[in-house]
Design a protein around this ligand. Structure first.
Ligand SMILES: [Zn+2]
Length: 609
């Protein structure tokens, strides 16, 4: 997953007593199929119609549950809370049912034969893990809708039929079956990892690394020829770089699902053969999208296939914490940035800026073990460590890459670690263990810590104890030097407004106002459209960064701020309030030793020597 900075996830935390593991196991069911109704009548009511059909061999109770979360979105969302009008029947006659807990239903068949369970699903959540509808469109994730029999494992096949308008499209990564809008999945993990777009949206495809890569954009008008060409251009560049790390592209096809709107829960969510991105309309042409696509795409290997043993297999009824999200998310962030520079989308300066931002994010957070930050994902902690496994995990991956290259005289890299674990663990149907990870890192570094790295740690086990499971500050300066790089920090004093904004066709509106902030002190109100501040025009959410840079260190006591409020245009006097921020820069060391230059070039190109 990738989420926009500053967005707070709302987590509902449960207790262990209330999960689907009630100790009860469902009677076996066979011939499982689902029917989703997403026609204009259903989506017009912000609903999806859901039916599950199966066959029972007798009258033993069938116990069905809905997932509590979607893999990749490490937050409990309890999809059962959106269910209404639940019913069960056999050959048209109603069956008795009751709830065992808030996400588990017990159905009592009367005899062997077919059973059909149905319910309505409220599809109005602005969240890429949850179903959403508009009058001509529906998005859903299998975790939202597909009930599973409790205690029967997940290795059973299923069919899905989508009932929709004749002129509407259906896009999913599931295997198509005979008939119209029929699909199959070999097991429940695949079934719930293949999101659907239904309705009026735009789709286009091209071949990259020998596979069909599709863009499915909603609304349809958001897929302009220019955006299609630019997005395919990016994918043409970074997908081969990602595939080169693992030596294969393990999906039959791949879809970038993208929804844009004025208000979205911005970011992306990865699946085994797709990503679901949500983008604000004002950011449809933002260069940052290349990084979002690259990050989510790398997940097709790292986490969707190569995954910590704690998360293999996925469980769906409860949180599944791991101390290794720093590899699944942070190292993915690192490779997301590497894909951009290796593919030629960004130059080395762009990559060094990415590393500098990671250093700054880690420096700005309280000392936190990256393994603890990984565990914290599920509770969205308030101590400043929320999401720290992204920047600190990415930075840790970068340092390990340099140390491996230094120890092996640039004959090996973190790429080899990822590929060996992919071959050894994922391809043998299991997750990687902590011992395996550190053994591979150590092996790639030629079984030794280089003499200069001994200043950092005597072994990678010791490195893990201090810097991954411990809270020691990462040895950034000493390790960066091994790649001929240095980081410098200076302090900038820049003005802050104390607002959050959203851009649409009517302008840049204030959506949140900190009561003690400068904008509130100036008399700004929620809904005001900001036009100018000082001599600077505000045209979108990204304008503020340039505005802060323009007035960094200013000695002016106030700035005029023009806003539109209803039909009026008002000029407010904004008190200038400067905040101190540490700005970090990473740059090559001139005349660095030959080995360091080779390591630096190897990282940027994805090569060893
Ligand atoms: Zn991610």
């Amino acid at each position: 997953m990738l989420r926009n900075a500053g967005f707070a996830l709302i987590a509902l935390i449960g207790t262990r007593a209330s999960f689907a593991q009630t100790g009860r196991v469902s009677a076996p069911i066979t011939d499982i199929s689902y029917e989703i109704t997403a026609d204009s009548s259903a989506v017009g009511r912000r609903q999806l119609g859901v039916a599950m059909s199966f066959v029972v061999a007798g009258d033993s109770p069938v116990i069905l549950a809905l997932p509590a979360w979607s893999p990749g979105h490490y937050t409990l969302l309890w999809f059962a809370r959106r269910v209404s009008q639940f019913s069960a029947q056999s050959n048209g006659a109603p069956l008795r049912w009751r709830k065992l807990d808030f996400q588990t239903w017990e159905i009592e068949p009367r005899a062997a034969g077919p059973v059909r369970v149905s319910f309505n699903y409220l599809a109005d959540a602005v969240d890429r893990a949850v179903a959403w509808t508009s009058p001509n469109f529906a998005f859903f994730n299998g975790t939202n809708l597909f009930l599973y029999p409790v205690g029967s494992g997940f290795n059973w096949p299923a069919r899905v039929t989508v009932r929709t308008e004749q002129s509407w499209r259906v896009a999913t990564g599931m295997d198509p079956a005979a008939g119209v809008n029929n699909f199959t999945a070999a097991n429940y993990h695949d079934l719930t990892d293949m999101p659907f777009y239904v309705g009026r949206f735009a789709i286009d495809s091209t071949k990259i690394v020998g596979k069909w890569i599709r863009l499915a954009f909603y609304p349809a008008a958001s897929l302009t020829p220019a955006r299609r060409d630019r997005t395919f251009g990016w994918l043409q560049k970074f997908v081969p770089a990602h595939a080169a790390v693992f030596g294969e592209a393990p999906f039959r096809n791949y879809t970038v699902f993208q929804r844009s709107d004025t208000v979205v829960n911005g970011g992306g969510l990865e699946h085994q053969s797709s990503q679901v991105d949500e983008v604000t309309t004002s950011q449809l042409d933002a260069p940052y999208l290349s990084g979002l696509y690259s990050h989510e795409f790398f997940h097709a290997w790292n986490v969707k296939r190569l995954r910590p043993a704690d998360m293999v297999p996925y469980r769906y009824d409860d949180a599944q914490p791991t101390t290794w999200l720093w590899v699944s998310e942070g190292v993915t962030d690192y490779y997301g940035a590497l894909g951009l520079v290796r593919g030629g989308i960004n130059d080395s300066t762009g990559f060094f800026n990415f590393i500098a931002n990671e250093i700054a994010s880690v420096a700005g957070a309280p000392p936190t073990a990256v393994s603890d930050a990984s565990l914290g994902s599920w509770i969205n902690p308030t101590d400043g460590s929320s999401g720290l496994y992204y920047p600190k995990g990415g930075l840790t991956g970068f340092l390990l890459d340099i140390m491996i290259r230094d120890g092996s005289n640039n004959h090996a890299s973190l790429d080899q670690v990822m590929r060996h674990l992919y071959d050894a663990a994922y391809k043998h149907g299991r997750g990687f263990s902590p011992i395996e990870w550190w053994a591979e890192v150590s092996r790639a570094a030629s079984g030794k810590i280089g003499p200069r790295e001994r200043q950092v740690a005597e072994s990678f086990t010791e490195f893990a104890r201090h810097y991954v499971d411990g809270r020691d500050p990462l040895p950034v300066d000493s390790v960066l030097r091994l790649a001929g790089l240095r980081s410098e920090s200076d302090t900038v004093r820049e003005p802050r407004l104390g607002i959050q904004t959203s851009t649409d066709s009517t302008g840049v509106a204030i959506t949140q106002l900190t009561p003690t902030g400068a904008a509130a002190a100036a008399g700004a109100r929620l809904g005001d459209r900001i036009v100018t501040i000082g001599d600077f025009s505000i045209s979108n959410d990204d304008s503020f960064e340039a505005w802060r840079a323009r007035y960094a260190g200013t000695t002016l006591p106030t700035l005029p701020m023009t806003v539109r409020r209803g039909r009026e245009t008002i000029t407010l006097q904004l008190p200038v309030r400067l905040n101190t921020r540490v700005q970090t820069r990473v740059s090559p060391i001139p005349n660095a030793p030959e080995k360091a230059v080779r390591i630096r070039a190897g990282i940027l190109r994805g090569t060893t020597s």
